[in-house]
Design a protein around this ligand. Structure first.
Ligand SMILES: Nc1nc2c(ncn2[C@@H]2O[C@H](COP(=O)(O)OP(=O)(O)OP(=O)(O)O)[C@@H](O)[C@H]2O)c(=O)[nH]1
Ligand SMILES: [Mg+2]
Length: 370
């Protein structure tokens, strides 16, 4: 199969020799584009697809060590082989350690050896890429996983600082997803997660990231937001696209999302705080009846905190026997007799006194303590 090579070499003689050696060894196997400066090489990488880049280390517009970094920044998937004089072999070896796939010493070896280095580099890069994918992508949906999500989020912060824009972080959890697993099985659940992933991908622009953090929980990083309102627009778009049924195992399923949103730098400056806040907002969306979104507000953590405190106290209250029953007698008006009593539960808290049932009953219900 024809392989496309980008050769970046400022010495015309070296460039011609290498092309001739490759041609003699394997006529017609390689198509070579040649550039004489790094800038020209990077332009080639912009415009076309290459199977491999061969680059000289001593280019007029670059220093030895940065050449490969520039190439990899432009195209992270293309394998790179460095060409060095024998006096720079040590540097060449270091550069391979930094991420180039191989090096060749000019004037050593024939076309067969160069060809072998090329094939081997392509193979090696493919393996590296495979390992990279395994480590960075969710195997079920193909979305970014938690690791890549964190890398992208850090990059989004830097970008937002530079451009004075906002990053929106969405945490999306599917509503009652357990029902799908329980009624149609885990495989159907998996199938549904893949379809949801594809729909989410369609809601965002190329520079944004959708990730699956695990289970039925997804996140989206939206870059370059100018107005906060735009985050709400995108959230509504997601809710809308999820309204159409998904066909899983010949069933039409309806699944809705609950979305929590936090914004950088307004709601937090670190990945942890932003994620925690988006999570809290997502729980509020669940609490508001699901299939909706909620923007994080700073009072939310205070409200949430006092709710969590109350939950803890409520759990201990049973052990400490802080609940008391008050009996309200029932009289029959007709025969003026006591005919029974209603038992009313009261929470007598040692510090806070009598806590109203209108506060603790809904909480106890929510926490499954009733
Ligand atoms: N099919 C499938 N199910 C998963 C996977 N990972 C987690 N789950 C299930 O996803 C469900 C997620 O549950 P939750 O989000 O807590 O609950 P839910 O039923 O969606 O209800 P709410 O989120 O509260 O609306 C659990 O039942 C998990 O067992 C997976 O990879 N595949
Ligand atoms: Mg869920």
């Amino acid at each position: 199969m024809l392989k496309k090579i980008l050769l970046i070499e400022d010495n015309e003689g070296d460039s011609r020799l290498l092309q001739e050696l490759l041609f003699d060894a394997h006529p017609g196997r390689y198509e070579i584009s040649s550039a004489v400066t790094l800038q020209e090489g990077l332009m080639y990488l912009n415009d076309g697809e290459f199977d491999v880049v061969l680059t000289d280390l001593d280019l007029p517009d670059s220093d030895k060590k940065n050449t490969v970094t520039y190439i990899q920044n432009k195209n992270p998937v293309v394998p790179v082989i460095v060409l060095s004089g024998c006096e720079s072999e040590k540097v060449a070896r270091e550069i391979v350690q930094m991420g180039a796939q191989d090096y060749l010493i000019k004037g050593q070896g024939d076309g067969y050896l160069i060809s072998r280095a090329i094939e081997y580099s392509i193979e090696r890069k493919r393996n590296e890429q495979g390992l990279h994918n395994l480590a960075h992508y969710d195997h079920l949906t193909g979305l970014a996983n938690r690791l890549l999500f964190r890398e992208r989020l850090d990059r989004a912060f830097i970008r937002a600082d530079r451009h004075k824009t906002i990053v929106a972080l969405f945490v999306i959890d599917l509503d009652r997803f357990k029902n799908v697993n329980d009624t149609l099985g885990h495989d159907a659940g998996d199938e549904l997660l893949v379809m949801v992933a594809n729909r989410l991908k369609n809601c965002i622009r190329a520079g944004d990231t959708v990730a699956r953090l695990g289970g039925d929980e997804f996140t989206i990083i939206i870059n370059d937001l100018v107005k906060i309102e735009d985050a709400a627009l995108i959230a509504n778009k997601i809710i809308d696209v999820m309204k159409n049924p998904l066909n899983v195992s010949s069933h039409d399923l309806y699944i809705s999302p609950s979305i929590g949103i936090s914004l950088y730098p307004i709601d937090g400056l670190t990945a942890e705080s932003l994620l925690k806040n988006a999570d809290n907002a997502m729980y509020r969306a669940k609490g508001n009846g699901r299939n909706c979104f909620s923007l994080y507000t700073s009072d939310m953590s205070a409200a949430l905190q006092s709710k969590l405190d109350l939950e803890t106290k409520l759990r201990r209250a049973t052990d400490k026997q802080e609940f008391v029953l008050h009996y309200q007698p029932k009289f029959s008006i007709n025969d003026r007799k006591l005919i029974g009593a209603e038992a009313l539960i009261r929470w007598f808290h040692p510090e806070e006194g009598m806590v109203s049932p209108s506060i603790f009953i809904p909480l106890a219900e929510e926490f499954g303590q009733i």
